[in-house]
Write a protein that binds this ligand. Structure first.
Ligand SMILES: C[S@@+](CC[C@H](N)C(=O)[O-])C[C@H]1O[C@@H](n2cnc3c(N)ncnc32)[C@H](O)[C@@H]1O
Length: 274
């Protein structure tokens, strides 16, 4: 049984997902208490794919995150570097195009996709900055990025309870239901070490994306970040960040909050919410 460390060496991450592949989806459902279905729906809405568009679902694993697009008649490419996860995916959904590829060196031409999305994958990539730049490279100018990842609850009491769940309750449950319980120790550690919502938005804005906004789900256990690929190819680091759903992402008080709130209203008056 293999388990990755926080160094996230690609061969260790690959081997770990090869191991968990056969029971990956059922264990996910159990450990997230069924919340993952709701999170996935929010991601699909944020991507907002229209018929005729082409979507890349990166780190797609067994294709669970790709299915809703295929079901809606959207052309989706499910890309992952774990042969084990891809094998389960191809068996489950022979109608979906699965492609073996590394997020840090994508096997696609520039400007191929209208939207790129990655669910619970970026945290596992050895060089997430490079992966974000690669995602921008393969996206058409004006195209969208949606990143769904575990994050940090904004309420301190809830954060403490959740951290206890992650570090103490989750590993024994994983021992009962998973084929590779050690990998769930990695899951807990990698979630704790992952940057908070605003920091991740900063990473995205400096990786050739702009206008990054995020939305907290289940109190911030998960965050969904949305950004746009600029038409001139330049990223933006100047956008003030706002959260489409939760006022928790705004500064607590003062002129900064007022400015952020008016910026939020301006954006939402002119844009489709995600
Ligand atoms: C937790 S699974 C998520 C699968 C799917 N997106 C979902 O929502 O269920 C993470 C996936 O990321 C993949 N992954 C990690 N690093 C990768 C990389 N550098 N390139 C491609 N896939 C990667 C793993 O193989 C694994 O299938």
């Amino acid at each position: 049984m293999s388990r990755a460390t926080l160094q996230k060496r690609p061969e260790e991450v690959q081997a770990m997902f090869d191991d968990v592949a056969p029971r990956y989806d059922i264990v996910n459902d159990i450990l997230s208490l069924g919340q993952d279905r709701r999170w996935r729906k929010v991601v699909v809405d944020a991507v907002g794919a229209q018929p005729g568009e082409s979507v890349l679902d990166l780190a797609a694993g067994t294709g669970t995150s790709s299915e809703p697009y295929a079901d809606a008649g959207i052309h989706v490419v499910a890309c992952d570097f774990s042969a084990g996860m891809l094998e389960v995916g191809r068996r489950r959904r022979p109608d979906i195009e699965f492609v073996e590829g590394d997020a840090t060196n994508l096997p696609f031409e520039d400007a191929t996709f209208d939207a790129v999305t990655i669910s619970f994958g970026l945290r596992n990539v050895s060089d997430p900055h490079r992966a974000l730049r690669e995602m921008a490279r393969v996206t058409k100018p004006g195209g969208r990025l949606v990143v769904c990842e575990f994050s940090h609850p904004s309420n301190s009491v809830f954060r403490t309870v959740y951290t206890e769940y992650l570090m103490k309750a989750l590993p024994p449950i994983a021992r009962k239901v998973s084929s590779n319980p050690e990998s769930y120790v990695y899951l807990a550690e990698s979630i704790r070490a992952w940057p908070a919502q605003n920091e991740l938005a900063g990473w995205i804005n400096t990786a050739n994306w702009q206008d990054c906004r995020y939305r907290n789900l289940t109190g911030g256990i998960v965050a969904v970040h949305h950004a746009v690929k600029p038409h001139d190819g330049a990223g933006s680091t100047t956008e003030e960040l706002t959260d489409a759903a939760s006022p928790n992402a705004l500064p607590e008080s003062g002129p900064q909050r007022a400015r952020a709130a008016s910026e939020y209203l301006r954006r939402h008056a002119s844009r489709r919410p995600h």
